[in-house]
Design a protein around this ligand. Structure first.
Ligand SMILES: Cc1ncc(COP(=O)(O)O)c(C=O)c1O
Length: 361
């Protein structure tokens, strides 16, 4: 039997049909409809955040946030999903890579500081909370505030993570979370930007609707990135099961940790965070060990993925990287994500771990 790497959340179909019938009755399908408003409010309550703007996906969310914050050039991480830098490239925002911390796998604040020093035109830091593991929030806040730079977080993986009781999505000038079907919480396609300032939220809300305000007056160069009512309906259904989902993922995560360590290394998780079990990344001692494990997992129909690989700098040969990115390259060649989703069983986890033990006796 196949153990899938990921399985999207299934919305309760009875509830979903109720929502869909309501949408059809109103014939209000998009343009900030009632379910869009209901989901916005429910998410702000759930996450205890303000200024949350639903968007069609996190990739566009990153572009909108960059536009509203006026970013021209960011110092960023090479160890992230391709969308992090692709979103900047689409807006002609320049980027310079700085290396990651070899333990946390997040952008290293000291390396980011050095890169800011080297690149005077850089006006922001764009850091990813890799696998939902919070970055060094205090160091980045201090670094950017002291130099008058902006701070944007790619928090695509961060739904449900808290740091000292505060949502991970509430840090920086803006944070962008993904609600893609593969994520902890999903609207199938979707995402949200959480802004620190209400004025940025207001501008972004116009920007995702062609730059128009509620009266149809155009204020800005806009685009269309509005979430529609059907997606909001899926979000409302999935939100009602989120506590159970998070608890289940955390249990699987704990079971994996118990069975895997010390055979493989895990990232160093933030000491003050309650994580969300979004991913189960493992780091092998060598790329040869990773390949051995991949072979065994494939032969047993166990899903796995080299996430993230390659190190993003290799995709942009024309972007001059003044910095050595050894940690990112090393980790990208040794990391593997193992099955993790809301329907994974403890016995699945044991089977995956058993296979790794056999591959690396
Ligand atoms: C780190 C990171 N950033 C951005 C994205 C893009 O998210 P979306 O699919 O919602 O555009 C992803 C998607 O997996 C991601 O992993």
């Amino acid at each position: 039997m196949m153990i899938k790497l990921n399985l999207p959340l299934k919305p309760d179909t009875d509830k979903l049909f109720e929502y869909l019938n309501g949408i059809n009755d109103r014939q209000w399908y998009t343009n900030f409809g009632p379910l869009h408003q209901e989901l916005t409010y429910a998410l702000e309550q759930q996450l205890q955040v303000e200024n949350l703007l639903l968007v069609t996906n996190a990739t566009l969310g990153l572009q909108i946030a960059a536009a509203v914050l006026g970013l021209k050039h960011v110092i960023t991480t090479p160890f992230s999903f391709v969308a992090t830098t692709a979103a900047m490239a689409w807006r002609n925002v320049g980027f310079t890579f700085a290396d990651i911390d070899s333990q946390t796998l997040n952008l290293d604040p000291e390396k980011a500081a050095a890169a800011l020093h080297q690149v005077p035109e850089a006006d922001a830091v764009l850091a990813t909370h890799v696998y939902g593991n919070p970055c060094d929030l205090e160091s980045f806040a201090e670094l950017t505030a002291s130099q008058g730079k902006k701070l944007l977080y790619d928090a695509a993986h961060g739904f449900g993570v808290t740091v000292k009781g505060k949502s991970l999505l509430s840090f920086g000038d803006a944070s962008v979370v993904s609600f893609h079907a593969t994520k902890v919480f999903s609207t199938i396609e979707g995402g949200a930007i959480i802004f620190k300032r209400k004025s940025d939220y207001d501008r972004a809300k116009r920007m995702i609707s062609f730059g128009m305000d509620a009266n149809g007056e155009i204020h800005d160069l806009g685009i269309n990135a509005k979430m529609g009512e059907y997606h909001a309906a899926v979000g409302l259904c999935n939100l009602s099961q989120i506590e159970t989902v998070l608890e289940h993922r955390r249990e699987c995560f704990a079971h994996y940790q118990k069975l895997l360590v010390p055979r493989v290394k895990l990232p160093l998780w933030h000491p003050d965070a309650i994580l969300n079990g979004a991913y189960m990344p493992v780091i092998f001692e060598s790329s040869e060990d990773r390949i051995k494990c991949e072979k065994v997992l494939t032969s047993r129909n166990i899903g796995h993925r080299r996430y993230f690989s390659p190190s993003l700098d290799t995709l942009y040969p024309s972007v001059h990287s003044r910095n050595r990115l050894d940690n990112s390259h090393r980790i990208a060649s040794r990391v593997l994500c193992l099955p993790m989703h809301a329907y994974l069983t403890q016995s699945d986890v044991s089977q995956v771990c058993h296979s790794i033990t056999e591959a690396l006796p």
